[in-house]
Design a protein around this ligand. Structure first.
Ligand code: GSH
Length: 199
């Protein structure tokens, strides 16, 4: 199998962390690409020119980080990434989607920041920042932050929080969310998170 990724993509990082957590590093060839360049050697494989992109052993292309997560889950016999039973399965997938939204909102802010200043849309960025703040505040009291588990949802949350620190550090989210901050301090030092830090 081949995984096309880049170092700073939070979406690719979720997949890299999941691979590490499953102990599948040796089964996968990691190929670093810059998706923004739209180079033929990558677009011939993924016409969307987006990372992450996983090519399975039979040549099938799988795109979208959470779809790749489900494909990785399908390769294993255990339920570390996604519980097999309901309602745990739906609860996990619900968290996966919510945290993907956190990454999306932060990514939008980062992309806006790359535009020439006269083309930036400040209200759009402010809307994303409000969505990030509300979502983090909703996690603090409601969500089950269980240290014995590090499933696809937890991987998404850890990658989202690290991405917020990386690209939107001014949001200073920790002070009003001590539970979440404590959980993240433990999650961010897992070997899978350390091995995949943007460099
Ligand atoms: N929803 C996708 C998002 C993937 C994505 O936007 N990746 C970015 C890098 S962080 C990319 O490759 N962008 C290039 C482009 O959209 O042209 C996922 O979850 O995998």
């Amino acid at each position: 199998m081949r995984l096309f990724f880049n170092q700073t993509s939070p979406y690719a990082r979720k997949v890299r962390v999941a691979i590490h957590e499953l102990g599948l590093n040796d089964a996968i060839q990691f190929i670093e690409v810059d998706p923004w360049l739209e180079l033929h050697h990558f677009t011939d494989i993924n016409p969307l020119s987006r990372v992450p992109a996983l090519v399975l052993a039979n040549g099938t292309l799988v795109t979208e980080s959470d779809t790749i997560g489900q494909a990785l889950h399908g390769l294993t016999i255990d339920s570390r990434l996604i519980p097999n039973e309901e309602p745990a399965r739906h609860l996990c997938l619900g968290r996966v989607a919510l945290y993907q939204g956190l990454i999306d909102a932060t990514f939008i802010c980062a992309i806006e920041g790359r535009r020439p200043s006269e083309m930036r849309w400040a209200d759009w960025v402010a809307r994303q920042e409000r969505a990030i703040a509300r979502t983090l505040s909703s996690i603090e009291p409601r969500f089950d932050l269980d240290d014995r588990r590090f499933d696809l949802g937890d991987i998404g949350l850890a990658c989202a929080l690290d991405y917020i620190d990386f690209r939107a550090g001014h949001l200073s989210w920790r002070s009003e969310r001590p539970r979440l901050a404590g959980w993240f301090e433990r999650a961010r030092v897992r070997s899978s998170m350390i091995a995949t830090r943007p460099c």
